[in-house]
Design a protein. Structure first.
Length: 495
């Protein structure tokens, strides 16, 4: 490594965030522009000569983390870019949006703060664009084979780019008017500015990938017809069937799904709307669900100047440190994390009822109550134990003019008819059934990403896209040199 003793002499320092009072007044990314590059060389030096880099296994892409850490510490950005892009099509996405299971698997994390792997990754990605290290890579020759990819999220885009570079003619079908899936309309601008996405899409167009927007397969074009027009079909629609909250009062106006709320705020940023018809401005907002989507709603509501915002998490508040018995290294631990949105809520005191930041832990919704016009006005909750059983005498009421349900997703939405028109076999949990080669029960049709795996992380989505591309390439040509980082049944490391 650049400095064999760097992990002993250099403390962990992360990309600093802009002051809360400044960043909540705009929608720009929360980090201080230009403040990462001066830090990242020394932070890369903290990567140990550990012998067995468990960060490789913690990352489903198999990112060559010690190699590009070493290259960054030596200021060799071109080589670092090559090593990073060898395993990851879109490191500027994962460097901003992935929760970094690689850092949980860092050997240094056994008894010290992990290497800032995610920060080094995004620094390489951004530097690669600045220095022109990621030009389009069109194929030398075409195979004469055609592939349709349904869905333009990270899985669909990764699969399309890999297959295009292998020489196949690829068309990506997207039901929305813009490309990117949840990265476009589900991820707020303050987490990832959309010019990062647009820049990568332009690269893909220059390589030869074709895009068809505003085209819902199953509705605007028949799924069986699409299958007949292409040599292979990849289903990468994501898991967009949201989970419901069946409690009394759910029918009241003002109770919305998170993925009804977030796209409208993103459309305001795209210039489609002057203001969101679901804006939280001046409203008492309650978010039901303690995950990342709930945090995205929290940061959005804060920027829309809600009167108050509270987030309910059914799980108990985790501790600050890893439980070595329940979640030993190198698994990804459930610990108390303060996202930028929670930091904002804490400093602005958006939720007077909460203990620390905007979250109420171990809280379960009992019912909603509304006014004479049928609009929600309050949420009744109760504290629960580890088995989710109510604790006596713990009922509370929160004011609620807008309730956002962020309870996760069960599988692909079947409303468009794609699944049923193709006759795809489904798992009991609502995902598409596939075999060891990512193939469905319909010949020539493959399924990848959250539509088949279930709700997961962006890093798994990209790994699925790369792996299904190799499977499709093998199906079309008899063999493949494309990398296949994971199998369809692989799962994150757990106890």
């Amino acid at each position: 490594m650049g400095d064999p003793k760097g992990f002993m002499s250099t403390p962990r320092r992360e990309w600093p965030r802009r002051p809360v009072e400044e960043r909540v007044r705009d929608w720009d990314e929360v980090y201080v522009p230009g403040a990462l590059l001066p830090l990242v060389g020394k932070q890369a030096d903290r990567c140990m000569d550990c012998g067995i880099p468990f960060c490789h296994d913690a990352c489903p892409l198999g990112n060559l983390i010690p190699e590009w850490n070493d290259l960054v510490s030596r200021d060799d950005w071109r080589a670092a870019s090559d090593r990073l892009h060898a395993t990851n099509n879109f490191p500027e996405f994962t460097g901003r949006l992935c929760p970094a299971p690689c850092e949980a698997g860092c050997v240094l994390a056994i008894n010290q703060p992990a290497v800032t792997i995610k920060n080094v990754e995004v620094a390489i990605a951004d530097r690669s664009w600045e220095l022109g290290f990621v030009p389009p890579r069109p194929p030398d020759r075409l195979s004469g084979r055609t592939v349709a990819v349904v869905g333009s999220g990270p899985t669909g885009l990764a699969a399309a780019q890999q297959l295009t570079r292998a020489g196949h003619t690829v068309a990506v079908y997207e039901k929305d008017d813009r490309l990117g899936g949840l990265m476009r309309y589900g991820i707020p601008e303050f987490k990832m500015e959309k010019h990062h996405l647009d820049r990568r899409l332009e690269q893909m167009r220059a390589e030869g990938t074709k895009f068809r927007t505003s085209t819902a397969v199953g509705r605007d074009v028949g799924a069986a017809e699409l299958r007949s027009r292409y040599d292979a079909l990849v289903i990468a629609t994501g898991a967009t069937a949201w989970r419901e909250l069946p409690v009394p009062g759910r029918e009241l106006a003002g109770i919305q799904q998170a993925m009804e709320y977030l796209p409208l705020a993103n459309r305001v940023r795209e210039g489609d709307l002057e203001s969101s018809p679901m804006s939280a401005a001046g409203q008492h907002v309650v978010i039901v669900g303690g995950g990342d989507t709930g945090a995205d709603c929290l940061g959005t509501a804060v920027r829309e100047q809600a009167a108050s915002v509270t987030q309910l998490d059914i799980y108990a508040q985790p501790g600050a440190d890893r439980d070595d018995d329940a979640e030993p290294w190198p698994t990804y631990p459930k610990i108390y994390r303060l996202s930028p949105a929670h930091e904002e809520a804490r400093e602005l005191r958006t939720a007077p009822a909460a203990d620390a930041d905007a979250r109420l832990f171990a809280a379960s919704t009992l019912r909603f109550e509304g006014d004479a016009h049928g609009h929600v006005r309050s949420l009744h909750l109760v504290e629960v134990d580890a088995a989710r059983s109510p604790r006596r005498d713990t009922e509370r009421t929160l004011p609620a003019d807008l309730v956002l349900l962020a309870l996760g997703f069960s599988g692909p939405d079947r409303a468009d008819g794609l699944v049923d028109q193709l006759g795809l076999a489904m798992e009991p949990r609502g995902t598409i059934t596939r075999d060891a080669s990512f193939g469905t029960n319909v010949p020539g049709v493959f399924a990848a990403g959250d539509a088949a795996r279930g709700q997961s992380l962006i890093v798994w989505a990209i790994a699925e896209g790369r792996a299904v591309a190799a499977a499709v390439d093998r199906h079309l040509t008899g063999s493949s040199q494309l990398p296949s980082p994971i199998g369809p049944y692989d799962r994150p490391m757990t106890v």
